[in-house]
Design a protein. Structure first.
Length: 102
């Protein structure tokens, strides 16, 4: 996939606190189960991409979706994680799966 231009302005910026939506829709979803409901911080905006959930059904994927690189604390992702608190995981998450953290 090559990053393209966005069809609309991105909702988040690097440094923004976000949370992955808790949703379990049927079909081809592009948010890992283990990060749903978890808080993270936007590291960067990767760019705009055709909506992969729409592409999976043979549609055109428009409008494009912003894709973000989000940093999560390992301890937030895995309740039994016993490594150093500074350990993180980076996951690419499409904007339709993110909401501002409260």
């Amino acid at each position: 996939m090559t990053a393209g231009t966005l069809d609309r302005p991105a909702s988040f910026r690097p440094g923004d606190a976000v949370r992955v939506r808790v949703a379990y829709p049927p079909g081809h979803v592009r948010a890992p189960f283990f990060c749903r409901g978890k808080p993270g911080v936007v590291e960067e905006l990767v760019g705009g991409f055709a909506n992969p959930e729409e592409l999976a059904y043979g549609r055109d994927g428009k409008p494009s979706l912003p894709l973000y690189r989000v940093v999560f604390r390992q301890a937030d992702l895995w309740p039994d994680y016993d490594g150093p608190d500074r350990d993180t995981a980076v996951i690419d998450v499409y904007e339709n799966w993110l909401e501002a953290a409260r």
